[in-house]
Design a protein around this ligand. Sequence first.
Ligand SMILES: C[S@@+](CC[C@H](N)C(=O)[O-])C[C@H]1O[C@@H](n2cnc3c(N)ncnc32)[C@H](O)[C@@H]1O
Length: 334
Amino acid sequence: MSHSDDLLWGATSDLSRFAALLTMAELGLADHLAQGPLDTAELAGRAGADAPSLRRVLRELAGMGLVRLARPDVYDLTPKGTALRSDVPDSVRSSIRMLGEEGFWYAMGMLPATVREGSSAFVKRYGHLYDHLAKNPTSSSLFDDYMTRRALTFTEGLAKRYTFPAAATMVDVAGGKGHILAAVLHANPQMRGILFDLEHVTAHAAQTLAAEGLSDRTEVVSGDFFDSVPAVGDVYLLASVLHNWDDEDAVKILRNVRRAMNPGSRVLVLEVVLPDDEAPHLGKDIDMRMLAIFNGAVERSRGEYAALLDRADLTLTDVVELGYGANLIEAVPR
Ligand SMILES: C[S@@+](CC[C@H](N)C(=O)[O-])C[C@H]1O[C@@H](n2cnc3c(N)ncnc32)[C@H](O)[C@@H]1O
């Protein structure tokens, strides 16, 4: 079998495996199995599922190493499957549920139509993602959990590989629930932070920051970055923000940040940076989701980020690799 055949059959299997994983996450199978093995009929009863259908999904999940047969027709959770439990610190359950939501499936399935027309089938049906999330609290909470989970892959790198100015105030522009801000403040005890995001998101951010014991070093501000951003920062962080917008909108956001900065401030753009070659890359995979879900959202190369920053009167000074494809791009006022 040639490499391209492997890739082809691998991708079709990945689709089936993802559907089985989604079923496990949606039906809460790992939670039901947390106290010990159950036979399929009992598990189906607890999960509100059809036992013969569930049996087939369990067989697939066993092949993926997420459950195992303890006895005939009795399944147990494996250590790998434990990550699907809701109550473990590194739970991936809500992230899987988010990626498997009806709108996200629809977006990926409709990618051919999106490419034909040059505009997102998702946006046509559901509207702009952030308007959609503002109207759907469950989806919004799954999305925020997903972003938190994704950030866990690089927050350690951010704390260890980048030197923040001492006693600085960082504005986390469109910071979501504040998980990245919290990680930076924990690693830099003299810093203070401002979390800035849309109102339906900041409503939950204060709780997250309080739970982190950071209420006294943080402030939460609601607003729209197309209007303005808080003008008190020494550091402006834009994490996974610019890749959601086309060049014109990305430059508008950067110009509003630039306006808020003082001459000594710096901006940090945290994004997956695309390589300039043909190699497989996480950023190219994420770019398919950007293409499917937004109009104009795009992953960019270092050169493309430098050009955007330049249009906002900012000069790129450094790029620090944080791991898992994430990079921190530093820029200062020109
Ligand atoms: C992909 S998430 C990134 C969240 C966070 N920075 C992170 O990396 O986990 C993009 C964020 O942009 C926020 N956002 C979208 N439109 C916005 C706007 N017009 N003004 C302010 N924030 C906005 C969303 O609410 C969301 O939290």
